[in-house]
Design a protein around this ligand. Structure first.
Ligand SMILES: CC(C)(COP(=O)(O)OP(=O)(O)OC[C@H]1O[C@@H](n2cnc3c(N)ncnc32)[C@H](O)[C@@H]1OP(=O)(O)O)[C@@H](O)C(=O)NCCC(=O)NCCS
Length: 177
């Protein structure tokens, strides 16, 4: 399996992976909107290939903490692996590869709203109890789905506030886990 940065020429592959993984159009539409959204930049878009076939995609986009403009923050959304190759470690490798690249580019924190049984295996922990709130309130029963990971030591605990996301992600329907 190879992982590489997705370029404009890969857009069809990116959208096809999203559609196949989620079995609907919504996530592909979100990815298309984020790739076109200046407020989401910088982005990191990675594709995983088995041979010539694109089988996985991960997207990180920029978020901010209002009172801490000096911080470099990202959010992981979405992550997609096509059904016939799930549970082979591809999702985990996409996360790890993305986090390595983000660390090298100086990102401080990475957020995700996702399965609380999955992302903690890859270093994420519930963010709300650390003082870092999602752009829209997450229902109490799903509080653990809003997670964060520090790529630079010492940031968590020294800052707090509500995360501001890109315009394309700034819709209440994206924040119901
Ligand atoms: C979630 C997803 C990205 C995981 O990718 P993957 O390549 O299959 O995952 P990995 O091979 O790295 O990890 C597999 C492990 O994660 C677990 N896992 C997968 N999805 C999970 C979930 N939703 N909740 C908890 N655990 C999950 C598997 O049971 C497996 O556990 P095991 O190692 O104990 O057998 C993939 O299943 C997918 O694209 N699903 C549909 C889209 C989706 O839900 N995306 C995530 C949005 S937050």
């Amino acid at each position: 399996m190879d992982i590489r940065t997705a370029t404009d020429a890969d857009l069809d592959d990116v959208l096809a992976v999203e559609r196949e993984a989620f079995g609907e159009e919504d996530e592909a539409e979100l990815v298309r909107a984020l790739l076109d959204d200046p407020s989401a930049m910088p982005i990191l878009s990675l594709l995983a290939f088995q041979g010539k076939r694109a089988v996985g995609h991960i997207l990180f986009t920029r978020v901010r903490l209002q009172a801490h403009p000096q911080l470099s923050l990202a959010i992981l959304a979405p992550l997609a692996v096509v059904p016939d190759v799930q549970n082979q470690g591809i999702g985990g490798k996409l996360i790890a590869h993305g986090l390595n690249l983000l660390t090298a580019s100086g990102v401080d924190l990475v957020f995700v709203l996702g399965h609380p049984g999955y992302y903690p295996r890859h270093g994420f922990a519930p963010a709300g109890k650390l003082g870092l709130q999602a752009p829209y309130p997450i229902p109490e029963k799903d509080a653990d789905a809003w997670m964060v990971q520090a790529l630079r030591p010492g940031v968590i605990g020294s800052v707090s506030g509500t995360v501001l996301c890109a315009d394309a992600l700034d819709k209440p329907e994206y924040w119901r886990e």
